[in-house]
Design a protein around this ligand. Structure first.
Ligand code: DX5
Ligand code: ZN
Length: 223
């Protein structure tokens, strides 16, 4: 059974409190929080003060996805704002190993995100040091885009590497996930499904979260 991490980017910001209550009452496992700087990606979302204010509304894990340049400048601030897990982009880091160590020393789970064009093989020398790989299945920056089918090959390849080496790294998949394509994504090897529009634009978000969580079908690998 995958973990489900709804992305608040697609929530109604005028009703954030109610959206949090809905997530708390739902089977959602994590809160996925997308931070954009207008440089690494061509969009700006929300940042530290919003995350800090959201923190007391839930005990669920805060899964912060930084789509920003030089994430090392803000790692400590995100820890203070309430992040439990911090995912930084491979493409945004000159010293990825050092940045991963910094996140772990701050007491957070460390994730590395890969854009659609970045091969999973580039993680060979860092994968044993991280808690999670985030496979971007759309180009980062916007919600509501279409899932890129080639992402399934990347998930399979990465799952194979993780199994071969006996690692316990989680695979999170982010972008364009729907109730219809979720089974294929989990079968390919995903552990965590991020879903923005599919959850928040649904007439019954709690039921949609339940459906993502209880996907019928095979599970090739165990977490
Ligand atoms: C995109 C973000 C995603 C986004 C997903 O850059 O990283 O988390 O919110 O949105 P959907 O599920 O609508 O594709
Ligand atoms: Zn995200």
């Amino acid at each position: 059974m995958p973990l489900v991490a709804p992305s608040l980017l697609a929530s109604n910001f005028l009703r954030l409190q109610e959206e949090c209550t809905m997530l708390n009452e739902s089977e959602a496992d994590w809160f996925h929080l997308d931070v954009m700087d207008g440089r690494f990606v061509p969009n700006i979302s929300y940042g530290l003060p919003v995350i800090e204010q959201l923190r007391p509304t839930t005990r669920k894990l805060f899964d912060v996805h930084l789509m920003i340049e030089e994430p090392e400048r803000y790692a400590e601030a995100f820890k203070k704002a309430g992040a439990d897990s911090l995912t930084i982009h491979y493409e945004a880091c000159r010293h990825l190993h050092r940045n991963i160590q910094q996140i772990k020393e701050l007491g957070m789970l460390a994730g590395v995100a890969l854009n659609p064009h970045t091969p999973v093989a580039l993680l060979n020398d860092i994968i044993a040091d991280i808690d999670m790989v985030l496979i971007m299945s759309v180009n980062p920056g916007f919600g509501g885009q279409k899932f890129i089918p080639h992402s399934l090959n990347k998930i399979r390849t990465l799952r194979g590497r993780i199994e071969e080496r006996g690692l316990s790294v989680r695979i999170e998949v982010d972008g364009g996930i729907t109730v219809e394509n979720a089974a294929a994504i989990v079968e390919a090897g995903a552990d965590v499904l991020v879903a923005g529009s599919t959850v928040f634009k649904s007439p019954d978000p709690k039921e949609t979260i339940r459906q993502l969580k209880h996907i019928p079908g095979l599970r090739t690998y165990t977490v």
